[in-house]
Design a protein around this ligand. Structure first.
Ligand code: PLP
Length: 392
């Protein structure tokens, strides 16, 4: 059978919920020569990656590494390593990824309880305190940046409540890491996972994770085997440790090159600088959308800068607009998930995607789509408002 060569992928502007735009430097790193997974060259790459991941997570945690797999593998890693059959886990569900964490915990044979908030809303410390008091969980799981809804969950006070109750805090940082503050040590988060494809602007394929000394002790003193062989941190950590380097699985070498380069870019920019850039471009987008009559789906205080969930204006065809954006303008945005399907758009400004240029281009393209839909938009209003906000 003769299969034609891979066609050149179309050039897209990735303004959806991930993956985000990738720097040519990262793509070049992907195509560097592959070496063996125990080659001294690669071991140096692993060591440097761990050091950079600690800086990124703002932690001293020894057990910090990149799991071979996407963000979901990071989620499973954290859950299956912390949970033994019959352990109680409380999962806070205010979006698709909270539900997924509860599903994963159930499969790991935790006794799972959930508390829920409507999509787009966040949990108050009091709600968490009441649930923790009632359920006495071993682990509390929560999503920092719910990509399905565009809401940012404040964590500091919740962390105090969880620890006062003797539980561990597990946080999904897939979308937040590198775009807004994530303070693993400062907020005393016990376990956290992320993904490469959001604000780190690296292709999907690896999941940075970190475990506090307390979480590590708990893992080391488990009575039962970790349910997943592949994601067993006791074994994977031996591969990442300079002391043992025991073979576990063949690391995806080139993806690790890519992450190494992506982390170099993030840290050379400086985390604070990136947080400011993400916020600034979010505010420009926000000014433009509001001037065009497009409303946000999340209260201002809890909006994520990297994931803008907005209400689809009445009478406008969701799929037609997204198809026009993609086919005519080469711009990808996301549709709503779960109960938000057909009601919201999710506009990503993650990592390399978060630029003033992309904001202005998107606003102009969206205007063309809305006009085609018969919506009343004052010509140029979105772009003009964003330019004014940029100059303010
Ligand atoms: N958690 C959150 C908050 C996410 O946004 C995603 C992906 O969008 C995931 C987990 C799962 O990550 P992945 O799709 O890379 O497996």
């Amino acid at each position: 059978m003769s299969v034609p060569a891979l066609r050149t992928p179309p050039r897209r502007v990735l303004m959806g919920p991930g993956p985000s735009e990738i720097s040519p430097r990262v793509l070049a790193a992907l195509s560097a020569p592959t070496v063996g997974h125990l080659d001294p060259f690669f071991l140096d790459v692993m060591n440097e990656t761990q050091t950079m991941l600690r800086d990124l997570f703002r932690t001293q945690n020894q057990l910090t590494l990149a799991v071979s797999g996407t963000g979901s593998a990071g989620m499973e890693t954290c859950v299956v390593n912390l949970i033994e059959p019959g352990d109680r886990m409380l999962v806070c569900v205010n979006g698709v990824f909270g539900s997924r964490m509860a599903d994963v915990a159930g499969r790991a044979q935790a006794i799972v309880s959930t508390i829920e908030r409507p999509f787009g809303e966040v949990f108050s410390p009091d709600e968490i305190a009441a649930a923790v008091k009632q359920l006495n969980p071993k682990v509390v799981g929560i999503v920092h940046a719910e990509t399905s809804t565009g809401a940012r969950q404040p964590l500091e006070e919740i962390s105090r409540i969880v620890h006062d109750a003797g539980a561990l805090l597990l946080v999904d940082c897939v979308t937040s890491l590198g775009g807004i503050p994530v303070e693993i040590d400062g907020w005393q988060i016990d376990a956290a996972y992320s993904g490469t494809q959001k604000c780190l602007s690296c292709p999907p394929g690896l999941a940075p994770v970190t475990f506090s000394p307390r979480a590590l002790e708990l893992i080391q003193n488990r009575k039962s085997k970790i349910q997943s062989w592949y994601l067993d941190m006791k074994m994977v950590a031996n591969y990442w440790s300079d002391k043992s380097r025991a073979y576990h699985h063949t690391a995806p070498i080139n993806m690790n090159y890519a992450l190494h380069e992506a982390l170099r870019i993030v840290l050379a920019d400086g985390l604070e600088t990136r947080w400011v850039r993400h916020r600034r471009n979010h505010l420009l987008l926000c000014s433009g959308l509001e001037a065009m009559g497009v409303e946000y789906a999340v209260a201002e205080e809890y909006r994520l800068p990297m994931l803008n969930a907005v209400k689809i204006p009445a009478g406008v065809d969701d799929k037609a607009v997204r198809a026009q954006l993609l086919n005519e303008f080469g711009i990808e945005i996301g549709g709503g998930l779960g109960p938000m399907a057909g009601k919201t758009w999710r506009i990503g400004l993650m990592g390399e995607t978060s630029t003033e240029r992309n904001v202005l281009m998107f606003l102009a393209a969206l205007e063309a789509c809305l006009v085609k839909q018969g919506a009343s938009v004052r010509p140029g209003s979105g772009v003009a408002a964003a330019i004014a906000a940029a100059g303010a």
